[in-house]
Design a protein around this ligand. Structure first.
Ligand SMILES: [Ca+2]
Length: 493
């Protein structure tokens, strides 16, 4: 294992004068000490389809999420955080590789039996952690290819307990046909999720497994990276008897309360084991709400549209870093994305960065106050096969012509049935000033010529690298995905 940062005690905060929760330029958010004996463990919660306002600290109505609220208040909230892609598979591909997912040839949400998945040559966050002597686990959903060669144990995760793809890819889907939904333990199918009663148990089963995993690592005195990809609140919603009806505000609210319990249980386990102060907990979501599911969908908090769109309802989700004694409470409103986790966590744990080019940037020197300027200047939003739909500098967002599915045309569905999706089109390049108009309603193209030229240049640069189907640019920097010509649905294996 390479030397890791040592963790300083909480006393160093007073010296920094950073305890009031506000962000002043130059304040350190994270205090580390290079003489520390204990490496930093990481628990990364990745919720599925949870929107910006699904936790009460961010505006949820009708129920509360006290555990996450407390961690948000005691931790660091990234209020200008974007997931890299507004859909599950692509979002997760980006998360685990630190790349725009189209760079590694992966887009959309792969179906069961997909012949493509994560290429062997790509280094995942699990692999770089393993190489650094960490134990690694994925509890929950993968969705980066379900052929055996693509599954998490072959891509950096010592343990895997979860689903190969979304929990709605099962025979009970309201409109599509799927085989039985397998729950894997390692490379073996341990059981199937066949009924709604089975679905109700997923959050509890995952949480119990997480407690077991963390406890085993603590007893073995082994540093660990746990990627906890909760199944919920993706439809079909499931909740255990512990939380069914508890919110009094409907099933979605019950599910969010159970997720809050799940996260709180993990935090309590870390405290009980005496490792809370050297464990970084990250809480975020893979993409925004699937709004045509109506009362079974989350809240974008007023951001425009939702999942599967590159408007902010699909991309802007909560992001919390929590590590008592080392991360001070506060707000960071600098632009940051899920692709930045890999290089930042590699830096934090002393792991080697991937050898191939990635798109994420290392926030550690900024978080520790070593550098004063946030490292991410721009973020580009691709969707569909390889369409550049928007770019942002964190305050301005330029949206390029494209068609998109809209949740604002038809009334949503109810009680697990999806409503119709509408179709809309952006016909000319638009500009939004997100400081004044986070809902992306007022096109201000033409009012900021210098900013427009700057963002157009950013778009041209990324097109030269990754291409763009909208403008017919091929790009030189895309890599091939993994291919398994013999891939068959898991049911038949
Ligand atoms: Ca999702």
């Amino acid at each position: 294992m390479r030397p890791s940062f040592l963790l300083a005690g909480i006393g160093s905060f007073a010296a920094l004068g950073c305890t009031n929760g506000s962000h002043n330029p130059g304040d350190a958010f994270l205090t580390l000490d290079k003489n520390a004996e204990k490496p930093v463990n990481i628990v990364l919660f990745y919720l599925d389809d949870s929107g910006f306002a699904d936790f009460s600290f961010n505006g949820a109505v009708g129920y509360t999420t006290p555990n996450v609220d407390r961690m948000a208040m005691d931790g660091l909230r990234f209020t200008n955080y974007y997931t890299a892609q507004p859909i599950s598979g692509a979002s997760r591909s980006a998360l685990v590789t630190g790349c725009y997912s189209n760079r590694i040839g992966l887009t959309g949400a792969p179906m069961n039996g997909s012949p493509i998945g994560l290429a062997e040559e790509e280094e995942t966050i699990g692999e770089i952690m393993q190489a650094n002597g960490y134990s690694t686990a994925l509890i929950g959903k993968w969705h980066i290819g379900d052929a055996e060669m693509f599954l998490p144990p072959h891509h950096g995760f010592d343990e895997w307990f979860g689903l190969p793809y979304s929990n709605d890819m099962w025979p009970n889907h309201p409109t599509m046909k799927f085989p039985r939904l397998p729950l894997y333990d390692g490379l073996e199918v341990s059981r199937y999720i066949d009924t709604y009663d089975d679905m109700d148990q997923l959050t509890t089963m995952y949480t119990e497994r997480a407690v077991d995993y963390i406890t085993r690592q603590a007893k073995a005195d082994k540093p660990f990276f746990l990627y906890f990809a909760e199944a919920m609140p993706h439809v079909p919603l499931g909740v255990s008897d512990k939380f069914r009806g508890k919110s009094g505000a409907g099933l979605y609210s019950d599910v969010m309360m159970e997720l809050d319990w799940s996260i709180g249980t993990v935090r309590q386990t870390l405290e009980d084991l005496g490792i809370a102060e050297n464990t970084l907990i990250i809480i975020t979501s893979d993409n925004g709400p699937w709004s045509n599911y109506g009362n079974h969908a989350g809240s974008s908090g007023g951001y425009r549209e939702g999942k599967s769109t590159t408007f902010n309802g699909g991309l802007r989700v909560p992001c919390i870093f929590y590590m008592p004694g080392h991360i001070r409470e506060g707000i960071c409103n600098d632009l940051i994305s899920s692709i930045d986790f890999l290089p930042t966590l590699a830096s934090l744990t002393g792991a080697q960065q991937p050898k191939r080019k990635i798109d994420g940037v290392d926030f550690l020197p900024y978080l520790t106050g070593q550098t004063k300027e946030a490292p991410r200047k721009y973020l580009c939003f691709y969707f569909r096969t390889n369409s550049l739909e928007a770019v942002t500098d964190g305050q301005f967002k330029m949206v390029f012509p494209h068609t998109y599915q809209s949740y604002e045309v038809y009334a949503p569905g109810m009680d697990g049935q999806p409503g119709h999706l509408g179709r809309k089109e952006v016909t000319e390049t638009e500009l939004y000033n997100l400081r004044q108009d986070p809902g992306e309603r007022r096109n201000v193209m033409g009012l900021y010529p210098e900013k427009e030229a700057e963002l157009l240049k950013v778009a041209d640069e990324i097109r030269a690298d990754l291409g763009d189907d909208q403008t017919g640019v091929e790009g030189t920097g895309r890599r091939a995905p993994g291919r398994d010509p013999g891939s068959v649905p898991p049911q038949a294996r």
